[in-house]
Design a protein around this ligand. Structure first.
Ligand code: WT7
Length: 652
């Protein structure tokens, strides 16, 4: 993978060692953790598992019959027992589990004891409604406390939850209900989004009209509007819990019993049901929460600003924090409602110490300017995290400076729905971080960058990211489709090598730089250029707020680079600025990386989870018909983008 490269970024040699005060108090303060884990990785994971409460300890740490792993065989535990009862039994029932804040400003504080009671009541209610161990329950709820309650209630009785992001359509819900054969649905009458009401129950009704699988539907009253009720099937949540006891013994689950299914999109139209189990998953989310986020249960206020509908929320709003007895912020709304300083207001109010968010959010904050965070007291913050896509060094630096006040380590954490928990990351008390790099494997994890033939590349080389050892939080299979599981992840480089689908480079120190999905790597005149590299270069220009880059077919060069650019403030794009940006990219990376087309746009098309829809951009850039854009958060800009694209090409 020769050619123009991210080398320019490496050469800057920017590296930020952890502040000594941070290391002095860090949960991971001794660099020997890496060697210890390496010397006996199974034993190291077992020592992490021992921190949980087991009804029965395991007989075997790992059984690995590639590509199938079983962790902590013979062990029995319950996830909700670990997340709730354990802390209440320790005398910590009065500690706040969640500071919930609604978009409207409504607030609720929930202690561990209260959360346990509510989970038990709902668990009893679910049992009364006929839900039992092993049954699948679809959960279609907004970011309200009843969402973690419903997940934990399922975990308590051994039912398998399948959370469907509340921003998804009824079609997405029915597909997931059918695939998992879910017999119960938990939803709400409505959800709030930027001041308006989204009729969630109506959407669930449409889904349930299109399948005959659902026997029971529990509805949380949230917005209070009129909804249709189907007798015998539908029940109010508040009625269900009203008469139930707050005692519900946790079901002793086998370590390998399924905890949940979470669907994620693959290369085909049919989403993949990622299957996570109990003991290994909880071990890894708990260990990473403690060591990567340096969580101190007595003093920290932790906030992961994702939605629980995605894996980030499953692992780092619900299971990881609760397993560690964290006090968390649970926020329902958007970052720009009612004001663009909503996040900073929340940080200030709750004295948040640890913030975990996504590069796309950070770039929005950059676009809105540093005055908004500067107007709030954010000195409580001591650690920042990033997840979801490669973070461009400029956004990293902005985050560290304007949010972290140059005081907070930044952890860029690479993982996937499939991995269940963080895999590649700095440890904040140990790692000298480099803006833009996720750095190295978490202890016990073996991430390897390989070439086409599956050979590990040397420092300085690039290729495909693989995982060459099973890990406790790994997906066990795809729900109902083990063949697809083998094919998607374990066929490209052999049965015991997990292919992550991401491109990556190693710098001269052997640190990992993620380059985006391999399908996002462009090939221009035989040179491989990552969309991320070009985006980083563009965003590095003072006029640029956000950029998305896509390869498009080109007769001469194989692919040419199309760039979609949003500008800061009121700046307008014109031909002069476009050529300035091309020149800037040329200076930053090399002439080869100069975009052939630059399209200025007020916004970029994104999925509801905030990922830029590069495939759609590619379609626009190549002038093809657009596909399904219903999941766009901002679909109105698509037609505009398309028009501008046509204009830009005609003007050439
Ligand atoms: C894909 C997984 C893991 C929670 C959110 C996304 C990309 C994720 C990073 C990072 C570079 C990243 C990868 C990965 N990704 N984190 N820190 N640096 N890329 O979960 O929806 O399963 O997506 O997100 O491309 O494969 P997901």
């Amino acid at each position: 993978m020769a050619g123009p490269a991210i080398e320019n970024l490496f050469r800057e040699g920017r590296s930020f060692p952890p502040p000594p005060e941070f290391t002095a108090q860090a949960n991971a303060a001794d660099p020997a953790i890496y060697e210890q884990a390496e010397a006996d990785w199974q034993g190291w994971w077992a020592s992490q598992a021992e921190r949980l409460r087991w009804f029965k300890t395991w007989d075997t740490v790992l059984e690995w019959k590639a590509p199938h792993a079983k962790w902590f065989l013979g062990g029995r535990l319950n996830v909700s027992d670990n997340c709730l009862d354990r802390h209440v039994d320790d005398g910590q029932g009065d500690q706040v589990a969640y500071h919930w804040e609604a978009e409207s400003g409504e607030r609720r504080t929930i202690t561990y004891a209260q959360l346990k009671d509510e989970v038990c009541r709902f668990a009893n209610g679910l049992k009364r409604l006929g839900v039992s161990r092993g049954d699948r329950v679809a959960i279609y709820l907004p970011m309200i406390p009843e969402l973690p309650v419903a997940m934990l209630a399922c975990a308590r009785i051994g039912a398998i939850h399948s959370v469907v992001f509340a921003g998804f359509s009824s079609q997405a819900l029915v597909d997931r209900i059918d695939d998992a054969d879910a017999r119960a649905v938990i939803t709400a009458d409505g959800a709030y989004r930027k001041g308006s009401v989204i009729p969630l129950k109506q959407s669930a009704d449409t889904a349930m009209d299109n399948t005959d699988r659902v026997r029971t539907c529990v509805v949380v009253r949230r917005t209070g509007e009129d909804i249709d009720f189907t007798d015998g099937r539908d029940h109010w949540y508040h009625d269900i819990i009203a008469d139930e006891s707050a005692e519900c013994p946790p079901e002793p689950m086998d370590a390998e019993d399924v905890l949940y299914i979470l669907y994620t999109s693959g290369t085909t139209g049919k989403p993949k049901g990622i299957v996570h189990t109990t003991g290994g998953y909880l071990t890894q989310v708990a260990a990473t929460q403690r060591l990567v986020f340096d969580l101190k249960p007595d003093t920290d206020v932790y906030w992961c600003a994702a939605d629980i509908g995605w894996v980030t929320g499953h692992s780092y709003i619900v299971y990881g924090p609760l397993a560690n007895r964290a006090t968390s912020v649970l926020y329902e709304g958007a970052p720009d409602h009612p004001g663009r300083d909503r996040f900073w207001e929340i940080v200030e109010r709750y004295r948040v110490t640890i913030l975990y968010t996504a590069p796309t959010a950070i770039r929005s904050f950059m676009k809105w300017g540093p005055d908004l965070p500067a107007a709030h007291d954010m000195t409580s913050l001591r650690l920042l995290g990033s997840v979801g896509e490669p973070i461009n060094p400029e956004a990293w630096m902005w985050y560290a400076e304007h949010i972290g006040g140059r005081r907070c380590p930044v952890v860029d954490t690479w993982w996937q729905t499939e991995t269940g928990a963080i895999m590649i990351t700095p440890l904040p008390g140990l790692t000298a971080t480099k803006p833009g790099s996720a750095m190295r494997s978490f202890p016990g994890i073996k991430a390897v960058v390989v070439d086409e033939q599956g050979q590990a590349v040397e420092p300085g080389g690039g290729g495909y990211l693989t995982l060459q050892r099973p890990w406790p939080g790994m997906l066990r299979t795809l729900w109902g489709d083990d063949e697809r599981y083998r094919l998607t992840y374990w066929s490209r480089f052999g049965e015991d090598v997990y292919f992550a689908g991401d491109g990556a480079k190693l710098d001269e120190d052997g640190h990992v730089w993620l380059l985006g999905r391999v399908d996002d790597v462009m090939n221009v005149s035989g040179h491989r250029i990552s969309t991320t590299e070009v985006e980083s270069a563009l965003v590095d220009h003072p006029a640029v707020a956000e950029a998305a880059v896509s390869g498009r077919k080109d007769e001469m060069t194989g692919q040419a680079i199309a760039a979609f650019v949003t500008l800061r403030g009121d700046r307008q794009g014109d031909e002069r600025l476009a050529s300035e940006l091309r020149q800037h990219v040329a200076e930053r990376i090399g002439k080869i990386a100069r975009p052939a087309n630059i399209l200025f746009t007020p916004d970029l098309p994104k999925t509801r989870s905030g990922k830029i829809m590069r495939r759609l951009l590619k379609d626009i850039a190549e002038g093809r018909e657009l596909g399904d854009v219903t999941t766009l958060a901002n679909s109105d800009i698509v037609s505009e983008l398309k028009q501008r694209s046509t204009a830009a090409t005609e003007g050439e």
